[in-house]
Design a protein around this ligand. Structure first.
Ligand code: C2E
Ligand code: MG
Ligand code: MG
Ligand code: MG
Length: 282
């Protein structure tokens, strides 16, 4: 009797807790969703840029464009919190278009300032990978008169899962425009290695989750080294993301990784700061 009562209380207690948690979760999503609709018009988005460093020359060779949302009440919100909601609601298409435009506008300013050429890498959402993409990219390059070799597009494995043939066709059209393609978060998706051979990508980015364990975790070291060797044999460049410690950089450099990106070199930063980092030996 006593036991049954306790169990009963326990179950209803945890049920109430669970349901409250769910309500809070849904409320939080709705809050972000309605906020996202306004964010574009109210200019709450801005871009930050994170350098990728060439391991050989130790110079900045590329910057990854990362989206930030300055929410009027909640403050700065990270893309990992709102990109999936934007994808579910379809708002991502407008957001990605805004990112691409603003990044190219910025690239044009850098290009016109006569800076040593470097690439700008824009992240694309899976929803974006449709037959209309190449003409969108072509239009924005033309609008801002950006040399196509300045633009790199970062895509993830999940985008390559469905309709492989049409995906390859879109990728080939993008490459024909002169832009390059990088496979982001490599190793976290399905990672069918045959993809690497079939897709016209020029680089892969080793995911931060593998870089984190270097050099203490023997498996992470083995995985990172193996990715580098394999990629080089397929004539692909390798970028390691999330490099935070000197030991990680030393390991990756010894393993012939081509480029590194992470807080060790620079956090994502403003366009003004990027100008100061060009020409610097990291
Ligand atoms: P990602 O493309 O893999 O970007 C790398 C993430 O790692 C960024 O997080 C960056 O700030 C973070 N990072 C870089 N170096 C370090 C490091 O040394 N240590 C740690 N702990 N983190 C590091 P962020 O900016 O929060 O972006 C998260 C994800 O959101 C991105 O992952 C990307 O998938 C997505 N994202 C960001 N901007 C955009 C965008 O404009 N469009 C789309 N569709 N997705 C975006
Ligand atoms: Mg990326
Ligand atoms: Mg990544
Ligand atoms: Mg990542």
């Amino acid at each position: 009797m006593f036991k049954a009562k306790r169990n009963g209380a326990g179950i209803s207690g945890s049920y109430a807790f669970y349901s409250q948690g769910m309500d809070a979760h849904i409320a939080g999503k709705l809050f972000l969703e309605s906020g996202l609709r306004k964010a574009l018009h109210q200019q709450e988005f801005f871009l930050v840029y994170q350098p990728k460093i060439d391991v050989q020359t130790r110079a900045l060779v590329s910057v990854e464009v990362l989206l930030r949302w300055q929410h009027p009440e909640r403050g700065l919100i990270s893309p990992s919190e709102f990109i999936s909601i934007a994808e579910e609601t379809g708002l991502i298409l407008q957001i990605d278009a805004w990112v691409l435009n603003s990044a190219c506008q910025q690239a044009k300013l850098w290009q016109d300032a006569g800076l040593t050429p470097f690439r700008i890498a824009v992240n694309l959402s899976a929803n974006e990978f449709t037959s209309g993409l190449p003409s969108k990219i072509e239009a924005v390059l033309r609008q801002y008169q950006i040399s196509p070799d300045w633009l790199e597009l970062e895509i993830t494995e999940s985008m390559l899962m469905h309709n492989t043939e049409s995906v390859i066709e879109i990728m080939e059209q993008l490459v024909a425009l002169g832009v390059s393609l990088a496979l982001d978060d490599f190793g976290t998706g399905y990672s069918s290695l045959s993809y690497l051979k079939r897709f016209p990508i020029s680089s892969i980015k080793i995911d931060r989750s593998f870089v984190q364990g270097i050099p203490a975790d023997a498996s992470d070291c083995a995985i990172a080294s193996a990715i580098i060797v394999m990629a080089h044999q397929l004539q692909l460049k390798v970028v390691a993301e999330g490099v935070e410690a000197t030991e990680q950089y030393q390991f990756l450099s010894a393993a012939s990784c081509d480029e590194v990106q992470g807080f060790l070199f620079s956090r994502p930063t403003s366009p003004q700061e990027i100008v100061n980092l060009i020409g610097k030996v990291f």
